[in-house]
Design a protein around this ligand. Structure first.
Ligand SMILES: [Fe+2]
Length: 161
């Protein structure tokens, strides 16, 4: 892959580390530590499942699972706001802003790889999702964030259909 690909993902890694630090510090301020509460590892499972195939990795980790985070964050922010945790709302705002960039990087390299291989990115996606048993995205979708992350009108229509 070109050097720009690795630079993009190193930037993502740096931002993920920042998110972890922000969340861990907030947990510590509330008397808890990372690991005190159960969490799923769906994103990591998909990362391992697609380790041999960069097109599937781009399709299913940033463009599916990180994109799901774009949908999940606003409702989560509303829950924290209702619980009076303004700092959590603020941290989730930082994460949402950065995650739009992560999904955009996934979209960029997914399309780049499809073009290199002569594959249709829209037609290929459902094939990869089925082959790797990716979770089906569920509404409500954060269409503004997904549009900002570079999903096309055709791809957004597929989601909603
Ligand atoms: Fe991310």
């Amino acid at each position: 892959m070109p050097a720009a690909y690795y630079l993009d993902w190193l930037q993502v890694a740096g931002e993920e580390a920042l998110h972890f630090t922000l969340l861990r510090e907030h947990l510590l301020s509330l008397g808890h530590e990372y690991g005190d509460f159960p969490a799923h590892d769906g994103l990591w499972i998909m990362t391992e499942r697609t380790a041999h195939d960069p097109i599937a990795r781009m399709a299913l980790v940033p463009r599916t699972l990180e994109a799901r985070g774009l949908d999940a964050t606003p409702p989560l922010q509303r829950k924290f706001a209702a619980a009076g945790d303004a700092r959590a709302v603020e941290i989730l705002g930082i994460i949402l802003r950065d995650e739009i960039g992560h999904v955009a990087i996934g979209n960029r390299w997914y399309r780049w790889l499809c073009e290199r291989e002569g594959l249709d990115p829209v037609a290929l996606y459902p094939e990869l999702a089925a082959r790797y048993e990716a979770p089906r995205p569920r509404p409500p979708f954060n269409l503004a964030a997904r549009t900002a992350a570079g999903f096309s009108a055709e791809e957004l229509a597929y989601l909603s259909g």
